[in-house]
Design a protein. Structure first.
Length: 130
């Protein structure tokens, strides 16, 4: 089933894309520098950043479409929720610095917020024609 995304949903998707692209670039190109400050493995930062870049492209593309498969939107929502939970869960196996904790928890909260905003946008009906 396809949907016509509300402006709210499109904006939530585009904001997610911009944030994902920015953090992806930071983690890919700054992983060697960040690893010392954050106490997180370079390979983890680089892998997470590498995932974020194509994700940002797909979600950005979704934010510009007039019609979308509802399943694809749900995939993004559930993926964001899973990313947020996994980010917090990974702290049980890592020993980051205080800044590293703040970085991981902060990005988990932002990603969780995007999931919530996208869910709200999916449920928000389109404005009635005038």
């Amino acid at each position: 089933m396809t949907i016509t995304p509300s402006l709210f949903l499109r904006r939530a998707l585009l904001a997610d894309a911009v944030a994902s692209a920015g953090s992806g670039l930071l983690m890919v190109f700054g992983s060697n520098f960040l690893t010392g400050s954050l106490g997180l493995p370079t390979a983890l930062l680089a892998a997470a950043g590498t995932f974020c870049l194509p994700y940002a492209a797909v979600v950005g593309w979704m934010g510009t479409r007039g019609r979308l498969p509802e399943t694809l939107v749900w995939l993004v929502i559930l993926g964001n929720a899973a990313w947020a939970l996994a980010s917090l869960g990974i702290l049980a196996w890592l020993a980051p610095t205080a800044l590293g904790y703040a970085f991981v928890i902060g990005q988990a909260l932002v990603v969780g917020l995007f999931a919530e905003l996208q869910y709200i946008g999916l449920r928000r009906p389109l404005a009635a024609p005038a």
